[in-house]
Design a protein around this ligand. Structure first.
Ligand code: ZN
Length: 325
């Protein structure tokens, strides 16, 4: 496409200047607030200050209360969905999905989400002594939540015309450690499975959903994740086009990534809401598809990059404010 376009442009250069040009179609301008990455970073730091948000821990309970109160500052309606779920090892866990809604009366809605729990064990740590240590989950968990709290703050300052729900899913990362041979998909995303079977509003519908996961490290690459392409290919294209348009094509390349069992899988297959996953994936990563510090004790604040947060947050805000309500 590109070389052809270049030739056309050259050949246009010699046209008769007296020929009247067609007036350009006026571009519809939408006002999109500026994403504040300092603020998003601070929201990540606040989560990490509680310690690893491992289900059942004090840090987990304290962070849930903080998330609820923080979202109440920015939204009129916050629902905390408490539930129990059985983990892969038979343990019954208590979880909380935290749901903040904006523009509640609007039936045209978009669903944004991220998981707020952190993994109970660093089972991919190079040092085997750390395999039972809980992780900070700065990128794996807190980054998506931090970006979405900042988008919520922006929604409170300038209301989008579309309705928006932000869900912080719990119990996403309590799946079996890598030396456990179980491969059942249902061991992951316990909070999103619960919500998808029991949405916070009866007959809840959204046009589509966007899940954020691992959106905070330097030079992240958001490849087009497999299940997103199966269940919501037109939404993937729309979001990637917006990113390209904003000059973030390096972060959102038009390349396919692997299929990732994540919360969007259950929102797609159980709630039937076409949902995409903006997730950092790499082609030849040491840990399969993920960033270097995935499920290790070094997934911490020092690897969070403000510019990446800015890129993702700006894309999300553009997706929401460009959506016709
Ligand atoms: Zn994880």
């Amino acid at each position: 496409m590109l070389p052809v376009l270049a030739i056309l442009l050259y050949s246009c250069g010699g046209t008769d200047k007296s020929v009247k040009q067609e007036p350009e179609t006026p571009v519809q301008t939408v006002s999109v607030p500026v994403f504040n990455s300092d603020s998003a970073y601070a929201f990540i730091e606040e989560q990490l200050n509680f310690g690893p948000r491992v289900p059942g821990s004090e840090a987990h309970a304290a962070c849930a209360a903080w998330l609820e109160n923080t979202m109440k500052r920015f939204s009129d309606t916050v629902i905390v969905q408490s539930f129990r779920a059985r983990a892969y090892n038979g343990e019954v866990l208590r979880g909380k999905n935290i749901i903040a809604s904006f523009n509640v009366e609007n039936k045209k809605r978009v669903l944004l989400s991220a998981h707020w729990d952190s993994r109970p064990y660093a089972d991919h740590d190079l040092n085997a002594f750390n395999h039972d240590t809980p992780i900070d989950g700065a990128n794996d968990g807190a980054s998506g939540v931090g970006v979405l709290i900042e988008t919520a703050r922006q929604f409170s300052l300038q209301h989008p015309s579309i309705g928006v729900d932000i869900i912080f899913f719990d119990l996403e990362d309590y799946g079996p450690p890598q030396d456990d041979q179980s491969t059942e998909t249902e061991n992951w995303g316990l909070g999103s499975q619960h919500w998808s079977k029991n949405p916070h509003i009866v007959n809840y519908r959204a046009r589509y959903g966007v899940l954020l996961d691992m959106v905070g490290v330097k030079d992240a690459t958001f490849l087009m994740e497999g299940f997103s392409m199966v269940y919501a290919p037109s939404r993937v294209k729309k979001v990637w086009d917006i990113a390209e348009d904003l000059g973030y094509g390096d972060y959102f390349p038009s390349e396919y990534g692997s299929y990732i069992t994540d919360d969007h899988y259950f929102v797609n297959t159980i709630a039937n809401i076409p949902t995409i996953n903006i997730i950092h994936l790499e082609k030849d990563a040491e840990s399969g598809s993920f960033f270097k510090h995935w499920h290790t004790t070094s997934d911490n604040l020092e690897h969070i990059d403000q510019y990446t947060l800015k890129v993702v947050g700006t894309v999300v805000l553009n997706v929401i404010y460009r959506e016709k309500g």
